[in-house]
Design a protein around this ligand. Structure first.
Ligand code: SAH
Length: 453
């Protein structure tokens, strides 16, 4: 190791930057994260620096840095983007014993600035001694993705919780409390709970996360959802959640399919509720993984009620719902000024049969509605809408497997909706987008063509 990593106290200490151009701006962006007293020595400064100066975040001294300025400096950056002036600054710094970094000149620098992942007070510094800055950036990107933004807040809170945690018996119980708290924080749960001294010897009670898996492509998961899968002890998922997403679950996690097709659960709802509650009570982090957004036709309330009744902690992590994925693939917006100022999400199917709706409202021109579980109800929906005066040429796009590699779009018209669906032999989940045609087809509305993804 040619460079030894340390964390240097800079709060209320003077740090100087010589130079006022782009290189100085880049270093200042980092320095401004600290509580250092920053001074910029430059005759000409970038407007961004002027803006910081106007806000009092740093001071600008419009003259070259001199020997007298060096006294008491913690660090100095030579960011003049001019070799001679940088060398002059470095020599002054060396004479005064102030560590100097020359931007883009590692050989002549006394210290280097690492790539930073900032979750203050947690800071990860990555350095390669100049050998692979691209690798440092890749590692940084990886960590940025995996460390929740709220992790710093958790640490602040952990500091505040320390006295209460110290009241737990030392050893296993205390360690288990901290381990569980940080496990959850890493899973995206950034609101840690205080320890409950009365149940100190028993394991920390579990938690249930209702997580939206999105339309099916792992890339459409939220970062929060990914972290939750990373950490889950138990994953209870719907049948609509495809294998590539389940692969992301922690290797040790217990994976349970509580699946259902559109018609009737394979596992009765009561049994699902019981499973969630039992596992969480045993101390597990339970991820209840639902396709799309958990709050859209996901029987979420029944499961939340079960958790609440059992006194369990729970949270909802939203996901991309099928309607959003489908509209994106159609190249259309879900609401549009002058066309529809409301958007309806409907189900074609209720537990006891076909769903009834405000057909008169739905039949009005310009209406946009996403109809979930609508394949089998298509004939009924078509009949009701036509009966209430909807035009037979109203576009209805059927998007099957929206957001997945095997996606298909059926650019149908209301008058032939049921026939089109029957002919297409749809096998995957499909959402019916009433009032939306694929953008390309709006120009030439005649053919009821199937558009390849
Ligand atoms: N919570 C889910 C909906 C669950 S209900 C969400 O927010 O998307 C199940 C219905 O959702 C299916 O019958 C289908 O209509 C729709 N659906 C779910 N995933 C889909 C996908 N990838 N493509 C098209 N429709 C989908």
């Amino acid at each position: 190791m040619k460079f030894f990593p340390v964390f240097l106290r800079v709060a209320d200490q003077r740090v100087a930057v010589s130079g006022g151009g782009a290189a100085a701006v880049a270093k200042l962006r980092l320095l401004l994260k600290t509580e250092a007293r920053i001074e910029v020595h430059a005759a000409e400064i970038d407007p961004v620096i002027a803006g910081w100066a106007a806000k009092g975040r740093l001071i600008v001294l419009p003259r070259p840095i001199g020997a007298a300025d060096m006294a008491g400096l913690r660090l100095v950056y030579a960011a003049n983007e001019e070799a001679q002036e940088d060398a002059r600054v470095a020599a002054l710094a060396a004479a005064s014993g102030v560590p100097c970094n020359i931007v883009d000149n590692l050989q002549a620098s006394a210290f280097l600035t690492p790539a930073l992942v900032d979750r203050d007070p947690l800071v990860v510094a990555i350095g390669t001694e100049g050998a692979g800055p691209v690798l440092a950036r890749k590692i940084k990107a990886h960590l940025e993705e995996h460390l929740p933004a709220g992790l710093g807040r958790v640490l602040d809170r952990a500091r505040a919780l320390r006295p209460q945690a110290e009241a737990l018996p030392p050893g296993r119980a205390r360690r288990a409390y901290w381990a569980a708290l940080f496990d959850r924080a890493l899973a995206g749960d950034t609101a840690p709970a205080a320890p409950a001294p009365q149940d100190a010897p028993s394991p920390v009670p579990g938690r249930v996360l209702f997580v939206g898996a999105g339309p099916g492509d792992p890339d459409d998961l939220t970062l929060r959802a990914r972290r939750a899968l990373d950490r889950a002890d138990v994953v209870i998922h719907d049948r609509l959640v495809p294998q590539p997403i389940l692969e992301l679950a922690r290797r040790e996690a217990e994976i349970v399919e509580a699946g259902k097709t559109g018609f009737g659960p394979a596992m009765p709802q009561d049994a699902i509720n019981r499973l969630i509650v039992d596992r969480a009570r045993a101390g597990a982090l339970v991820v209840r993984l639902k396709s799309g957004d958990p709050g859209v036709f996901g029987r979420l309330d029944e499961e939340i009620d079960a958790c609440a009744a059992a006194g369990l902690d729970w949270a909802i992590l939203p996901g991309i719902t099928a309607a959003s994925a489908a509209a994106a693939r159609l190249g259309q917006s879900l609401t549009r000024r002058g066309r529809n100022s409301e958007l309806r999400l409907l189900t074609g199917q209720e537990t006891d049969g076909l769903a009834d709706h405000d057909w008169a409202a739905l039949a009005r021109p310009g209406t946009v509605a996403a109809i979930y579980m609508g394949k089998r109800a298509a004939r009924f929906i078509q009949g009701r809408l036509l009966m209430h005066g909807a035009r037979p040429d109203t576009p209805v796009s059927v998007v099957e497997n929206a957001g997945r590699p095997d996606e298909r779009i059926l650019a149908a018209r209301l008058g032939r909706l049921a026939a089109e669906i029957a002919a297409a032999d749809l096998r995957g989940p499909a959402v019916l987008m009433l009032g939306l045609a694929p953008r390309a087809a709006t120009a030439a509305p005649a053919p009821l063509a199937e558009v390849a993804p």
